[in-house]
Design a protein around this ligand. Structure first.
Ligand code: 6GU
Length: 245
């Protein structure tokens, strides 16, 4: 997989080399290039923003540097990449989105800042390549850089050979979390720590009971923290043991 990242803060991406993703790069499984948007400005001050038409607070990123940046990336590629634009007004970025992106050979990330990028940039880009505007959640970051770090980590760990033990990915997708519930709590040694004991069922050696306990914990957590993930939450009493097994 190839990734191109266009940003006014290239330094944000230096830590990528330290991570799991850095190892994947060293192994030739992924490569990325970070481009400074200001390389495609032509004025003395290397201006990338301007005031919004229609008025309002803040600044908007000018279209011209973005157009030239995309021209440069497209010009070097045999086939158009998929443009990924992180924005709080995008579609939700989910695990399913990470799987979709992991199947693509080339991603181009556009990191906006300020109040966003002139809307014509995405409009024009759509005539040349597939575009995905994605959001990490219902809160506002100052720019796309942190979002791209998160997206890349979610995507690259799905590439064959990146995660040391592929069984952990399989387990993940077959797990309750993979089914759309939150993950159950996990424990390791010591058995007793600061007066807190590991739940005895986990020591029982009874696989069925362990699985049922984990499913129940997942469901309870999901109900408490993310009820939106459950289709139509019936009252607790209506959920029988059969459903939890
Ligand atoms: Cl993807 N970008 C920005 N700037 N803010 C966000 C976001 C993305 N997701 C949530 N907030």
């Amino acid at each position: 997989m190839q990734a191109d990242i266009v940003t006014i803060f290239p330094d944000y991406f230096a830590p990528l080399d330290l991570s799991l993703i850095g190892k994947a790069r060293a192994a030739g499984l992924v490569d990325w290039r970070v481009h400074d948007l200001r390389a495609w400005t032509h004025d003395r001050h290397r201006t990338v923003d301007d005031t919004p038409y229609g008025g309002g607070a803040g600044m908007v990123m000018k279209p011209e540097p973005w157009g030239e940046a995309f021209d440069a990336v497209l010009g070097r590629a045999d086939a158009p990449p998929t443009l990924v634009v992180p924005t709080p007004s995008g579609e939700p970025f989910r695990q399913a989105t990470a799987h979709e992106f992991a199947a693509l050979p080339h991603l181009l990330f556009a990191c906006g800042r300020y109040e966003g990028i002139d809307a014509r940039v995405v409009e024009h880009a759509r005539t040349r390549m597939p575009v995905r505007e994605v959001s990490l959640g219902d809160y506002v970051l100052n720019g796309g850089e942190v979002a791209v770090l998160a997206i890349l980590e979610a995507v690259v760990r799905l590439l064959p050979g990146v995660v040391g033990n592929p069984a952990s990915l399989v387990e993940e997708s077959h797990s309750v979390a993979g089914a759309g519930w939150l993950e159950y709590p996990v424990y390791t040694k010591p058995l007793s720590w600061r007066g807190l004991d590991v739940p005895p069922v986990l020591l029982s050696g009874h696989h069925g009971q362990v699985a049922a306990w984990r499913a129940e914990q997942s469901l309870e957590r999901t109900r408490a923290r993310r009820p939106d993930l459950l289709p139509d939450t019936p009252p607790a009493a209506e959920i029988g043991d059969a459903e939890l097994a």
